[in-house]
Structure formats: structure tokens, C-alpha cells
Design a protein around this ligand. Structure first.
Ligand code: ADP
Ligand code: MG
Length: 385
């Protein structure tokens, strides 16, 4: 990582920052709540506050800071025009309270050139919104650095560039897990985005000692063991992958922990406890209390834990207890603990345990990809590889 320029390197390269225009790619992809179609509020400004150390470091040295971020998916559902619901207006208002002298561009994804990584859009970013050219570029958007989007990989080809403080911290913590593991190193995986995460398990098996699997992901593993999963969320086309992962784990001498009890609803929709076989029409929404206790033991005995993805549908109080128990174990263990993923971070915050872990990552997909590959497109761009 020492090969990636820091803010200090940028200051030196530009011969000071006073009066310089610096484009800071931030991750202001905050959760929003709509009380009606037009009244929006930010439900959690964690990502805005997380960018302040970088912004303040630059403004204190006299730089003119222009921030840019994506917000949501403005072209989702086959739209041909960006959905105005994802305007940066509410973020701009909050940023104005926290860092008054800073500009914020409109949602970068309003221009299809952002996700399309078009040269024209990169040129537009460098030229500056009002024709005042950018002198330097800072990437502080860890949560978007696994994507080869225009604002992530483009500017370092044209202007002196550096990583911001947040990006630096994230990369330091996550590469520390990958490159200097303390054993036992345990990964706890859950959530709903099964196929994305199954791809990462193979790589994680190489670096961790044990993997705990909860969330909807466990049902694809159950199916791979030939167990009935009822109507639980699972991915039949990933069953072969799960079988191969279990074989790989055995070959490497690693352990995959699956739940042996499940909480959910029966075919009539009534709250129910199951073993690890779910009858027709039954749906598993959480790991059961026995599994939560067993997983707690594994987390307590670990020296490093990386957690991504809630153990169940924790937004519903009936199905929060597996996630709550594992979150409490993360807080109680002496292990070095890192949590990545928007919903996992939201779960920790809901249980008021976010201050009890060592690091809460602002990136879910990015943290998994960095653990898997040891690098990200956004970091490569800063090194000008
Ligand atoms: P993260 O944002 O932390 O990476 P994901 O986005 O992958 O996590 O998944 C979070 C979602 O997974 C939560 O909204 C939760 O309700 C859902 N989830 C977890 N377990 C289940 C389950 N058994 N069935 C359905 N949804 C689940
Ligand atoms: Mg999520």
C-alpha cells in the first residue's frame, strides 16, 4: 500500500494546496427515507461524516474542494432519464452544515458515462463543473473502489492523485487481515446476496481457518447436502459451487460451520423453530438459538473475525435474534473484529454495538473483493499501473 500516494504526497507534488482545485471522489451513497415523493431525509449520515477528515485536511491547507459521489441506481427499472429521487440535494444540505465551503456535484450516476467509464465523462470531470480545471484528484470512496467507473479510475490518468484518509484506513485494516492474519481467523458470512458472496468463499478459505455461514446463504449449502429447504431463499444454480467449496474446505483442512437449527415460519405462516431440514412451504428467516450459541463460541475463540452479512432477516424483530447474538459475540470477543456491508453495519447500529468492534467498513462488496484479490481497480488506478 505504501506505493499508493497519500495526501502528503499530493501536496508535495502540487507544490502546496493553497488555491488548488481538488476533486474528492466520496462515497455519499447514504440511506434515504421518503415521507412523500419529494420530501427526503437522510436516515444515517455516517458516510458523509466519514469523509470529513480528508475534506478538512484539504480545506485547512487552502484547497478548493469539489466532491462528487454516486447515490443509488438512478437508471434502475429500465429508465431512460435519471430518477430525480436520487438527486444529491439532501446530501448537499447536510454537507453544507458539516463542511460549508465545499462544493458537491450532482449524482455522478446521472451521467451514464460514470458507470460506462466513458473518456468524455472523465474529461468533463477534469474540466470542472464551471470550466475551472481540476488540479488534483483524491479517492476517498472505498465503497465504490471495486468498480471501474469513470470517477474512480479516470482522473488519475490525467492529474496528480492520492488516496484520502478513509480509503487509507480501510485498505490498511483489510489488507492487514489478509496479509498478517492471526489464527484462528474466522469469517462470518450471511445476508441475502448469495451468489456474489459464494464466489468469495473459495478465496476466503485460503486465508481463514473457519467460515461461519448464516443468512439465506446457508440454504444453498443445505441443498448441496441434500437437505430439504422448503420455500427458503436459496440458489439452485449455485448448489454445485457449494458442493465444490465443501470439498475444498476438507482438502485444505478448514471448517465450514453451518447452522443446525433454524427459525422461520411454517407453511401456514406461523412462527416456528426447525432443525436443519425444512418441510414443504416452510421458510427459514434466521439461524436458531442453538446455532447462534455455537457460533458465539467460535467467535469468542478467534483472534481475528471478519463479518459480512446478517444471520437473518434482522429488520423483523421475530428474526433478529441470531444476528443480535453474533453481533454481541463480536463485541465481547478479544479478537480483532472487522464488519463490512451496509446491512451488517446497520444491524450493529440497531443493537448499539457499532462502537464495540474494531472497524466498521464503509464498503461491503469492496471489502470482500479486497480480501479476495488483495487489490481493487480504484487502488490500481492510483498507482497508475
Ligand atoms: P450486507 O449489506 O451486509 O452485505 P446483504 O445485502 O447481503 O448484506 O444482505 C442483507 C439482507 O439479507 C438483510 O436485508 C436481511 O433481511 C436479508 N436476509 C438475511 N437472512 C435472510 C433469510 N434467511 N431470508 C431472507 N433474507 C435474509
Ligand atoms: Mg446490503
Amino acid at each position: 500500500m505504501s506505493d499508493i500516494p497519500t495526501l502528503e504526497d499530493l501536496e508535495q507534488q502540487l507544490g502546496g494546496l493553497s488555491g488548488k482545485r481538488i476533486f474528492v471522489r466520496t462515497d455519499f451513497n447514504v440511506p434515504l427515507a421518503y415521507s412523500d415523493d419529494t420530501t427526503v431525509s437522510i436516515t444515517d449520515d455516517f458516510r458523509i461524516r466519514a469523509a470529513l477528515p480528508t475534506i478538512e485536511w484539504l480545506t485547512e491547507r487552502g484547497a478548493n474542494v469539489v466532491c462528487g459521489s454516486h447515490l443509488g441506481r438512478p437508471f434502475a427499472d429500465g429508465r431512460t432519464e435519471p430518477n430525480p429521487k436520487y438527486s444529491m440535494g439532501p446530501v448537499r444540505a447536510r454537507l453544507a452544515e458539516l463542511a460549508p465551503e465545499v462544493e458537491l456535484l450532482e449524482n455522478l450516476r446521472f451521467n451514464p458515462g460514470e458507470t460506462g467509464n466513458s473518456d468524455e465523462f472523465v474529461a468533463q470531470l477534469i474540466a470542472g463543473p464551471d470550466g475551472k480545471r481540476i488540479d488534483g484528484y483524491v479517492n476517498d470512496a472505498f465503497g465504490a473502489s471495486h468498480r471501474s467507473h469513470a470517477s474512480i479510475v479516470g482522473p488519475p490518468r490525467h492529474v496528480p492523485s492520492a488516496m484520502g484518509r478513509l480509503l487509507e484506513k480501510e485498505v490498511h485494516v483489510l489488507l492487514g487481515l489478509r496479509n498478517k492474519p492471526k489464527h484462528p481467523f474466522v469469517a462470518v458470512l450471511g445476508g441475502a446476496k448469495v451468489s456474489d458472496k459464494i464466489g468469495v468463499i473459495g478465496a476466503l478459505l485460503e486465508i481463514v481457518d473457519e467460515i461461519i455461514i448464516g443468512g439465506a446463504m446457508c440454504f444453498t449449502f443445505f441443498a448441496a447436502q441434500g437437505k430439504p429447504v422448503g420455500a427458503s431463499l436459496h440458489e439452485p444454480d449455485q448448489i454445485d459451487v457449494c458442493q465444490a467449496l465443501m470439498v475444498k474446505a476438507t482438502e485444505l483442512g478448514k471448517t465450514i460451520h453451518l447452522p443446525d437449527d433454524i427459525t422461520g415460519v411454517d407453511a401456514q405462516g406461523n412462527f416456528a423453530q426447525f432443525g436443519s431440514r425444512l418441510g414443504e412451504g416452510s421458510i427459514g428467516y434466521d439461524i436458531g438459538p442453538g446455532s447462534a450459541a455455537a457460533f458465539t463460541d467460535v467467535v469468542m475463540d478467534a483472534r481475528m473475525v471478519f463479518w459480512n452479512g446478517p444471520m437473518g432477516m434482522f429488520e423483523d424483530e421475530r428474526f433478529e435474534s441470531g444476528t443480535r447474538t453474533v453481533a454481541q459475540a463480536m463485541a465481547d470477543t478479544k479478537a480483532f473484529t472487522v464488519v463490512g456491508g451496509g446491512d451488517s453495519a446497520a444491524a450493529l447500529a440497531k443493537f448499539r454495538l457499532d462502537d464495540e468492534v474494531d472497524h466498521v467498513s464503509t464498503g461491503g462488496g469492496a471489502s470482500l473483493e479486497l480480501l479476495e484479490n488483495g487489490d481493487l481497480p480504484g487502488l490500481k488506478a492510483l498507482r497508475n499501473d
